[in-house]
Design a protein around this ligand. Structure first.
Ligand code: HPA
Length: 271
């Protein structure tokens, strides 16, 4: 059923573009401006794509964009569907699966996250080295779709080590502050309580957010190499005295947009 839908989606997209993406890229909240750095060939709004849903969250545009970054053919998901919007996990990971079936071997996932690593400041970046899935579910639950991957996928290197090293090289070259650490995924849509943030810190996390992990799991299932990056848009609840708001998150994302865009361009070119 899911596989049939994917095939329908892929054949629609193939009728609209001749680009065979090598890299799939998901742009998180407020990080959509990266598209300016892309030699765009085709833009397809999510609402025109069979089995895709238009995102409902402010700061997410909802376009699938095909083009080149340097020599690499890429497909960019400008916006994503979140679990907290009430979508099924199947819906949340559908675009990632589509990327793989279009031929992408690498998935680059970006997001906005709350940070609680010791020296973190709003506006920093964090390379995701590993994750803890606290969403209470998993996109691979239910009958395994064997055309996509194995029943029990290995997650030992969910985030590709060589891609992590490449991200470090680019950050160092740019002189941009960055951290490396474990991303904790929660369902949202509430931000965390200070007690929850203390717990996340105790179990080894450095950042928390409401996305990315489902896509990462689906991509690993598909045998893709995954790179993931958080923009620390705010210190997580209780780390500073400030209350959290979506406005603060999108405002910080906008402030770092330029740095983020230049980073992503150089990183993609370095792959
Ligand atoms: N918590 C969860 N998700 C987030 C946060 C946060 O503090 N900031 C941006 N996305």
């Amino acid at each position: 059923m899911v596989f049939n839908k994917l095939q329908e989606t892929v054949s629609f997209i193939r009728s609209r573009t001749s680009i065979k993406p090598k890299i799939g890229i998901v742009l998180g909240s407020g990080l959509g401006a990266f598209v300016k750095e892309v030699k765009v060939e085709t833009t397809i709004p999510f609402r025109d794509i069979p089995n895709f849903l238009a995102p409902t969250v402010e700061g997410h545009s909802g376009n699938l964009i095909f083009g080149h970054v340097g020599d690499h053919p890429v497909a960019i998901l400008q916006g994503r569907n979140h679990f907290y919007e009430g979508h099924s996990m199947e819906t949340v990971v559908f675009p990632t699966r589509t990327m793989a079936l279009l031929g992408a071997e690498i998935m680059v996932l970006t997001n906005s996250a709350g940070g609680f690593g010791d020296t973190m400041q709003a506006g920093d970046f964090m390379i995701i080295e590993d994750h803890i899935n606290l969403m209470g579910t998993n996109p691979l639950m239910g009958p395994n779709i064997k055309e996509l991957g194995p029943r029990f996928p290995d997650m030992t290197e969910a985030y590709d080590r060589s891609l992590i090293e490449k991200m470090e090289v680019v950050f160092n070259r740019h002189g941009t502050r960055f951290h490396k650490g474990v991303y904790c995924a929660v369902s949202g849509p509430t931000y965390e309580t200070p007690a929850e943030v203390r717990y996340l810190k105790m179990i080894g996390g450095k950042a928390v957010g409401m996305s990315t992990v489902p896509e990462s799991i689906a991509a690993n299932h598909l045998g893709m190499r995954v790179a993931a990056l958080s923009c620390i848009t705010n210190l997580a609840a209780g780390i500073s005295r400030r209350k959290l708001s979506h406005e603060e998150v999108t405002e910080t994302a906008r402030e770092v947009e330029q740095k983020f865009t230049l980073f992503l361009k150089d990183f993609i070119e370095s792959i």
